[in-house]
Design a protein around this ligand. Structure first.
Ligand SMILES: NC(=O)C1=CN([C@@H]2O[C@H](COP(=O)(O)OP(=O)(O)OC[C@H]3O[C@@H](n4cnc5c(N)ncnc54)[C@H](O)[C@@H]3O)[C@@H](O)[C@H]2O)C=CC1
Ligand SMILES: O=C(O)[C@@H]1CCC=N1
Length: 275
């Protein structure tokens, strides 16, 4: 599979994470093509990652075995309509990573016979710790499904969802999820400074604590609630902080935030897919 060529339409944040991850996992830079309207983005990718670059989206389609649509959802319709004829002619597998653009819209813009895998990755793909959920339309063959999965699995965990609607929830949980952990780290760092730690010490302690907690959670069969209890000595310090979180509606705040993200994904599908 690693001899396949992969094209990225749009070379921004998420594409960069995927490309760097793919190279780190053994893909050759020569197998990867990127197009972008921003010359500085392409120059940086050519200089630092040594991948093939072009400002011509059509040239990428001509060069590759699978194309990843990695532009903002707001311009995906325009890009899809621009590339549809070439994609159909080549019977190319399309992988869309756009949030809030559903299979119905993609098929309407690209052609109803096109094989499309819609997926939701996240930026930890950069460090080969990504989490991606995928959904295939009925045109995707078994080998094409393997091809899409191999690309995303090279940069982390993958799972298929049969019900496409679940991708809205996945977007809210793991697509946006890294930002929630960064937000918590940001808030902990500010608090640590208030408590008198210097910035360097605070950042290091928080990073290592986040890594340690994630490792324990991954390696243990126990629930997060149980793991939390192990840190919480009765009458001790953690009990005080956890009580403070809970008295101020922590669970409900997290729930509201994730519902808002999920609802935005649905709203984008309706707004951007209307044409
Ligand atoms: N950033 C994230 O954490 C995640 C993003 N996504 C999805 O990935 C997609 C890209 O998001 P980001 O990388 O964050 O955005 P971004 O803005 O960093 O990247 C988009 C790139 O597309 C380029 N572009 C604009 N017009 C173009 C055109 N006509 N032809 C070719 N390239 C063009 C831009 O110059 C930019 O470099 C979005 O659809 C988003 O929903 C999915 C999962 C996570
Ligand atoms: O914020 C967004 O819309 C994209 C999708 C998931 C992460 N970033």
């Amino acid at each position: 599979m690693k001899t396949r060529t992969i094209g990225f339409i749009g070379g921004g944040n998420m594409a960069s994470s995927l490309i760097r991850g793919l190279i780190a996992s053994g893909y050759a830079p020569q197998q990867i093509w990127v197009s972008d309207t921003n010359q500085a983005v392409l120059q940086s990718h050519a200089e630092h990652l040594h991948v093939n670059t072009s400002t011509d989206n059509q040239a990428i389609i001509a060069a590759v075995d699978v194309v990843v649509l990695a532009v903002k959802p707001q311009i995906l319709r325009e890009i899809s309509l621009q590339l549809a004829a070439d994609i159909c002619r080549k019977q190319l597998l399309v992988v869309s990573i756009a949030a809030g653009i559903n299979q119905t819209s993609l098929a309407k813009w690209l052609g109803h016979q096109v094989a499309i895998v819609r997926c939701m990755p996240n930026t930890p793909a950069l460090v080969l710790t990504g989490a991606t959920a995928l959904h295939a339309n009925p045109n995707v063959t078994g080998p094409q499904q393997d091809l899409a999965e191999n690309i995303l699995r090279a940069v982390g965990l993958t799972l298929w969802v049969a019900d496409e609607a679940q991708l809205d929830a996945v977007t809210a949980v793991s697509g946006s999820g890294p930002a929630y952990f960064f937000l918590l780290m940001e808030a902990m760092e500010s608090a640590a400074l208030e408590l008198g730690l210097d910035e360097n010490a605070a950042r290091l302690l928080i990073q290592q604590t986040a890594l340690g907690a994630a490792k324990i959670a991954l390696e243990s069969a126990e629930s997060p609630a149980k793991l939390r209890e192990r840190v919480t000595s009765p009458g001790g310090t953690t009990q005080k902080s956890i009580e403070t979180f809970q008295a101020n509606g922590f669970h409900s705040l997290v729930s509201k935030a994730l519902h808002a993200a999920r609802d935005r994904s649905i709203e984008m599908s309706q707004q951007l897919g209307a044409d």
